[in-house]
Design a protein around this ligand. Structure first.
Ligand code: SF4
Length: 715
């Protein structure tokens, strides 16, 4: 096989072509980027039955690749990318997700992170249900999977700019058969950038070629530092070339069944989206003003939940800025099409200053992260969004981490001697961009910040005498991962949603704030525990099969409110049963989908225990996520907190100092969190230390000898 100029073949293997049968090729690809070893590994029936695909396949492959002592930067650590059996479907919206699994440089634990873009489905159509990447190359490499020729190549990468907006576009043009849009659209890449080399917050950018714009677009697997692992392995990029895609490409068992439910939800989206979430016009950014209204938009490191300037970064701004006023889908056939972009944005800082670029986003999390650092300027949001993406930095960890730094700075815990002279007060956009560019260059304070909040707490205490207890309270990380962008102080269930999430505080396991705080639908511990069983299992399912969560409940049937359990959107759950059966030929009921997830979820929890991490102490949360840490915070909502002291704690607040009231409320709320954990563990069939019981594992059919050996000492 010839390769583009400048690339050299280090290893190459031709594999027999496969035929996809009901969503599976029946094999996964192993590549060692150090030795060049490549292997086809079978997908057994047991793998399909227990792990389903996507996140499940990633966890199973990783489990077999590492030991209890393996760390994220050991060559044995793997990055596994998989789509899932439904991934690649074009007749039901949101069926193109890729899921990345690895050991995280932030948490040391198993991380799973999902992204749109075309890579996962294209990998499947190229002949592979997943790719496992192991080893560490001596110098930058590209892994090229050619699904037309049936080859896999490990290539040396010529010296070039590795930041995604340059590298990705270059690779698409280098590996496409011609400059014709159809050929360019047959290529998808995974890449990161220079920031991922220097920070633990590295994300992965999954590309797709936008035929309207004739340009590369990207979606991020943002959480947990998978981009950092990628660069630690000296992988510059993955490239896949797919054969032409059509509705039959996934070889579903019953295409008409999928078409039928697909047509129904597509009609709903077209008729109802504009009056519901307006995803087709504004995407997730529509949430900014809603969160602000309900006091849930994090501002100034989650101290507050609203801000008078939040209108400057709310949806009406993005509605005007998003290009071409047309829906943008990140996989073929996604009618929800919420992946918007700002075209022709002129960069004002950094190495690409003066260039006019396409900015993918902003999503809600990126705009809300800007509020969290006290910056309410859309120009900053876009500049930060672009540079985080191209440097390969997760916007959530960046803004949450920087918000922690800013509060430490304003509280006098650290000063200019720590920040290299940067005046890191809330709202200082110039200094915030300086930190990001330092991260991109691997210089100065940016490198310290990029190690994440958990490591900053240690460094600030030992080097600058900062107060460990204060930093523990305000540092919004759990398990080592930075929080995503919602204020949880008034929702105990959501505190649990974040604290109990297996990988760390990311809302893709559970988002219960409205059910809990606004609608008061889950008042008791048992109610909350039931929700913290059902919703994490349900949301896990999307990552097993390759679906995007958004078309589940970001549009709802017009009569959904009249159903018995509207929060579950029962009609859409039925749709998913039909899609799963339509692809795989396996008939399922809603409870089967939960069972599928429960197996993988419990297996992942045991995996954490194997790494010495999956126990109760690791489900602890910083107090800032549960209640007011400072007197300033208490005073900002004094009426609410005083009333709670009276009504819930039976303490009369009159005559008490704010400091006393903060302390009393804290004792109460911390007790509530512990009671919640007890209730959730019980509901999930876990011990009081948070480890699945052997009986539970037997019930789920995953009591393999190696699994039981890990949990037995905890029973
Ligand atoms: S709903 Fe949005 S994020 Fe999900 S697949 Fe469709 S375009 Fe992508």
């Amino acid at each position: 096989m010839t390769v583009p100029a400048g690339f050299q073949v280090l290893a190459e293997t031709a594999f027999p072509k496969t035929t996809i049968v009901r969503g599976y090729n029946g094999r996964t690809l192993y590549v060692n980027v150090d030795t060049g070893a490549m292997e086809e590994r079978p997908v057994t029936q047991q793998m399909k039955d227990i792990f389903i695909g996507g996140r499940g396949f990633g966890i199973w492959r990783l489990w077999n690749a590492v030991e209890a002592s393996t760390t994220w930067d050991d060559p044995e650590n793997e990055l596994v990318i998989s789509s899932g059996p439904v991934g690649g479907t074009t007749n039901y919206p949101g069926s193109g997700k890729s899921i990345v699994v690895s050991l995280s440089p932030l948490t040391g634990n198993v991380i799973d992170s999902n992204a749109g873009g075309y890579f996962g489905p294209y990998l499947k159509f190229a002949g592979w249900d997943a790719i496992e990447l192991q080893g560490k190359a001596a110098d930058n490499v590209v892994v090229y999977v050619d699904g037309v020729a049936g080859t896999v190549q490990l290539l040396s990468c010529p010296a070039m700019d590795l930041n995604t907006h340059v590298l990705g576009e270059s690779l698409i043009r280098a590996f496409a058969d011609s400059d014709a849009p159809r050929d360019l659209a047959a290529i998808s890449t995974v890449s990161t950038g220079s920031g991922a080399e220097h920070a633990r917050w590295g994300c992965l950018n999954f590309s797709f070629f936008d035929l309207k714009r004739k340009a590369m677009r990207i979606k991020q697997a943002g959480r947990g530092g998978t981009g950092t692992v990628f660069r630690d392995k000296k992988i510059a990029a993955l490239v896949v070339k797919s054969p032409a895609v059509n509705p039959e490409s996934n070889q579903p068992a019953d295409l008409n069944r999928i078409r039928e439910v697909g047509a129904k939800i597509n009609k709903e989206i077209l008729e109802l989206d504009a009056s519901q979430c307006d995803m087709r016009r504004v995407g997730t950014a529509h949430l900014v003003e809603i969160m602000d209204e309900y006091d849930l938009l994090p501002t100034h490191n989650y101290k507050f939940g609203k801000h008078p300037d939040s209108g400057n970064i709310s949806s009406h701004i993005w509605r005007e800025r998003f290009g071409q006023n047309m829906p943008d889908g990140c996989w073929l056939g996604c009618t929800m099409s919420c992946s918007h972009a700002v075209d022709d944005f002129e960069l004002k800082t950094g190495p690409y200053k003066g260039e006019r670029v396409l900015v993918d986003g902003p999503e809600y999390e990126t705009a809300a992260g800007s509020a969290n650092v006290g910056i309410f300027d859309p120009e900053f949001v876009l500049e930060m969004n672009f540079y985080c993406d191209t440097y390969g930095i997760d916007t959530i960890s960046f803004t949450t981490g920087l918000a922690f730094v800013m509060e430490c700075y304003e509280a006098g815990q650290i000063g200019p001697d720590a920040t290299g002279g940067l005046d890191l007060r809330f709202g200082n956009a110039e200094a915030a961009m300086d930190v990001l560019h330092q991260m991109g260059r691997g210089e100065g304070f940016g490198v310290v910040v990029g190690q994440g909040i958990r490591r900053m707490k240690t460094a600030f205490a030992s080097q600058f005498g900062a107060d460990p207890a204060f930093m523990q309270d305000i540092g919004m990380e759990a398990k080592g991962l930075e929080y995503s962008e919602y204020v949880t102080k008034e929702s105990l269930a959501m505190q649990g949603g974040y604290g109990l999430a297996l990988k760390g505080p990311q809302h893709d396991e559970a988002w219960l704030i409205f059910m809990d705080m606004v609608n008061n639908q889950i008042p008791t511990f048992e109610d909350k525990a039931e929700a913290l069983h059902y919703f994490p299992m349900w949301r896990t399912w999307f990552g097993l099969v390759g679906h995007c969560k958004l078309p589940w409940n970001d549009v709802e049937p017009s009569d959904n409110a009249k159903t018995a359990e509207p929060a579950k959107v029962p009609e859409h759950v039925d749709n998913y049963c039909n899609v799963f059966a339509g692809v795989t030929g396996v008939e399922v009921q809603p409870e089967d989908l939960i069972l599928q997830s429960e197996r993988v979820y419990n297996f992942q929890r045991v995996f954490s225990a194997r790494l010495g991490l999956g126990t109760r102490e690791h489900d602890a949360i910083p107090y800032r996520s549960a209640g007011p840490v400072t007197e300033e915070e208490y005073e900002s909502r004094a009426d609410r907190y005083d009333a709670q002291l009276k009504e819930k704690v039976n303490v009369d607040p009159s005559g008490k100092s704010t400091r006393e009231k903060v302390s009393i409320l804290r004792e109460y709320r911390e007790g509530q969190y512990e009671q919640l954990i007890d209730a959730v563990y019980k509901r999930r069939g876990w011990t009081s230390n948070g480890v699945p019981t052997i009986a539970k594992l037997e019930e789920l059919g995953i009591a393999f000898p190696g699994v039981v050996e890990i949990v037995r000492p905890h029973q």
